[in-house]
Each structure stands twice: as structure tokens, then as C-alpha cells.
Design a protein around this ligand. Structure first.
Ligand SMILES: Nc1ncnc2c1ncn2[C@@H]1O[C@H](COP(=O)(O)OP(=O)(O)OP(=O)(O)O)[C@@H](O)[C@H]1O
Length: 365
């Protein structure tokens, strides 16, 4: 379900122009991130989608229909909304929080609670947490409950306003991963607000950079915005650590995956060999490395192996390939397919070669 802003302006009664002639289309089934400095109109833009704020002029369309023609309460049931600190009802249990919208939509209680239990699992929380109250959860858990609640009525659209800003960076990364995982299953149309450019680049299929005064500075894929900022403001805003970020977006298609000698867990009669061998299990998943010059008498067990480094999943940003090569005891990064089966290896120098051939992706500012 696409969302379109057509020349949307919002001036608050005191004269503040929060959003100035915003035009952009959020494509169906994608994550679009609104990013920019404090006060640039991100929240105002988001709230005009579910009519918590009404535009002064211009039109917001959801699935081709002007939101002004929709009943606000009904409109909001089809649009999940997640905010910072999760905004949970403190005197309701976790399950009852998640079941709120289905109950409002007239589901019977049992069905709504069953759906809530299912969603707890979807967002990666154990079932026991269902009977707790929000204050008995960590910040990261509360945010997950907030996401579950927003997903409860299975709305095609999700609005997320700085949902992960109140948690520490490690938890935050976990939540971002979780959102990407969920999105790969659910394919919602998501508008996500953040002031953090890293988060924007990580999550967005497209990124809209806003400047103070509510003007759209640039709208494009993360890689377009990063490689070709339209002006000094955008360049400055995305510029920090640009070299390293560029690495995230270079495609790793050019990295040649080399074959590697493998051995299987449980295999017997392994005589010493002069090179590293990758050990895999019956499903072909990498389990670790057998060092050069080591042979094994009995069946090959995990205890005979050196732990492997990080794995690089084919098709993901090249930074992961470099991490895999640098963290591997054999200095060979293991490449896996979507099922986690070993495909081969890459070396750090191969990865660095690709990066050198594409200097625009990593140009430092
Ligand atoms: N109800 C209001 N009345 C008057 N001005 C407002 C109101 N709400 C927001 N503003 C102003 O509109 C501008 C945009 O605010 P908005 O909250 O949309 O920005 P933001 O980009 O989300 O900021 P932040 O990242 O700080 O949350 C700001 O100058 C803000 O002070």
C-alpha cells in the first residue's frame, strides 16, 4: 500500500512551518526512513499520514485515497504506530497491550489474546513475558512489545517514530535486525523516523533527508544519498564516517568465491594435510576449521576444530565479507547461502581489491 505526499505543507498556528511543500512517494512494501536534524518536521510528516496532524495544504494519499476522506479512528486501525518508549499502557499486561487494537476492532477476547501470544513469538519474546506489566520489562523488550502491538491487527502500513532511540546501541542493533527480519517476512509499507543517519542507512530501502524548515533535501536509496549527496547540507549530514559506511553498500558480487577443502563432522581416518580445511556438518553448514598439519584418529568432532570467524551471507553488503575474512583463523572468510550452507571462501585481499576498483563507494569526505 503506497503512501504519497503531494505538496504537503504544515504551518502550526504560531506560524512555525514544520513541513514545507513535501512531495514524495513511499512505495508499497518498502521501508522509507525520514531523517534529519531535530525540528526538521519528521514527526509532523509522519503524523499527517494517520491524521494525528492535519496538513495546512496539500494532500496525503494512502493506497491512492485522500486520508481526509477517511474516518480517523478507522484509518488508524489500518495503520500501526510505534513510538519511542513504546507508549505501552502501564496498567495492562503485555498480552493485553498487544491485543488492544484487535479488541477495538471487535475480535473476541480469546482470539485477540491468541493472536497476541503468536505476536510475542514473532517479535522474539518468550511467552512467559505475556503476563507481566510493561514496567517489568527491559527497554528493548518494551520496544518489541510496541512493535507487536502495532502489528496486531496486521495493518498494511506501519509508522515508526524514533522507536529505538531510547535503548542502548547494542540492544538497538538487535531491534534493527529484528525489524529487517520481520519486514522480510511481512512486507509492510513502513515509514520510519530517526535523527540517526546510521539507522536510516541500515533500515531504509529509501531515505528522505529533511532540513530544518521542513524541506526535503534529498530522497533516494541509501547508496545514492551516500555516494551522490545533492548539496553541502546532505553531504555534511551523511558525511561522518562515510568511508566505512560506503563499504556497507558496495555490492560484493564481484568478489570471487573460491573453493575450499572441506571435511565432514563424523568423518574418520583424517590424515594430516598442509592446508586449512573447513569442517561442515551433514547439512553443509560450516562448524569450524581443522588446522594445517592436524590429523584426527577417531571421528571428527567439534572439539578437534578451531572456531570459525563470522560468516558472510552471499548477496549482503561487502563489509560482512571483509569481517568474515579478518575474523577467520584461516584468514579465509566463509561464504554461505541463504540456508547457511558453505559455498566457499574469500580472502581479505580479494575483498580489498573490489573496494579499490570501486573507490567512489568508499571515498572519504
Ligand atoms: N504543536 C505544535 N505547535 C507549534 N509548533 C510545533 C508543534 N509541533 C511541532 N512544532 C514545531 O514544528 C517543527 C517540526 O517539529 P517536528 O516534531 O515535526 O520535528 P522533528 O523533526 O520530528 O523533530 P525531533 O527530531 O526533535 O523530534 C519544530 O520547529 C517544532 O517546534
Amino acid at each position: 500500500m503506497a503512501i504519497e505526499f503531494r505538496e504537503v505543507t504544515k504551518a502550526y498556528p504560531d506560524g512555525t512551518v514544520a513541513v514545507d511543500e513535501l512531495s514524495l512517494t513511499v512505495e508499497d512494501g518498502t521501508i522509507t526512513v525520514l531523517v534529519g536534524p531535530s525540528g526538521c518536521g519528521k514527526t509532523t510528516s509522519l503524523r499527517m499520514v494517520n491524521r494525528m496532524v492535519e496538513p495546512t495544504s496539500g494532500t496525503v494519499l494512502v493506497n491512492g485515497a485522500d486520508v481526509r476522506d477517511a474516518d480517523p479512528a478507522l484509518l488508524r486501525r489500518g495503520i500501526g504506530y510505534v513510538i519511542q518508549h513504546a507508549g505501552l499502557f502501564p496498567h495492562r499486561t503485555v498480552l493485553s497491550n498487544i491485543a488492544t487494537v484487535p479488541m477495538l476492532s471487535g475480535w473476541d477476547r480469546r482470539k485477540a489474546l491468541a493472536r497476541a501470544e503468536e505476536l510475542l513469538d514473532t517479535v522474539g519474546l518468550p511467552a512467559e513475558l505475556g503476563t507481566r506489566y510493561p514496567a517489568q520489562l527491559s527497554g528493548g523488550q518494551q520496544q518489541r512489545v510496541g512493535v507487536a502491538r502495532a502489528l496486531a491487527a496486521d495493518p498494511p502500513v506501519l509508522l515508526m517514530d524514533e522507536p529505538f532511540s531510547a535503548v542502548d546501541p547494542v540492544v538497538r542493533e538487535g531491534l534493527q535486525d529484528e525489524l529487517l527480519r520481520l519486514q522480510s517476512q511481512l512486507g509492510k509499507t513502513i515509514v520510519f523516523v530517526t535523527h540517526d543517519i546510521d539507522e536510516a542507512m541500515r533500515l531504509g530501502d529509501r531515505v528522505a533527508v529533511l532540513r530544518v524548515g521542513g524541506k526535503l533535501a534529498q530522497y533516494g536509496t541509501p547508496s545514492e544519498v551516500l555516494r551522490h549527496p545533492v548539496d553541502d547540507f546532505v553531504a555534511g549530514f551523511v558525511g561522518r564516517d562515510r568511508g566505512y559506511r560506503g563499504l556497507s553498500f558496495l555490492s560484493a558480487e564481484d568478489v570471487r568465491v573460491e573453493e575450499v577443502p572441506t571435511v565432514r563432522l563424523g568423518e574418520t581416518g583424517l590424515v594430516a594435510a598442509p592446508h586449512w580445511r573447513l569442517a561442515v556438518n551433514d547439512r553443509g553448514e560450516p562448524r569450524g576449521w581443522l588446522a594445517p598439519e592436524s590429523g584426527v584418529d577417531g571421528p571428527l568432532a567439534e572439539s578437534d576444530l578451531l572456531a570459525g570467524g563470522s560468516l558472510y551471507r552471499r548477496g549482503t553488503p561487502i563489509r560482512g565479507a571483509l569481517d568474515a575474512a579478518l575474523s577467520s583463523p584461516a584468514s579465509l572468510g566463509v561464504v554461505v547461502d541463504d540456508e547457511g550452507r558453505a559455498l566457499g571462501v574469500v580472502t581479505a585481499s580479494q575483498v580489498l581489491d573490489v573496494i579499490e576498483r570501486h573507490p567512489e563507494g568508499v571515498a572519504a569526505t
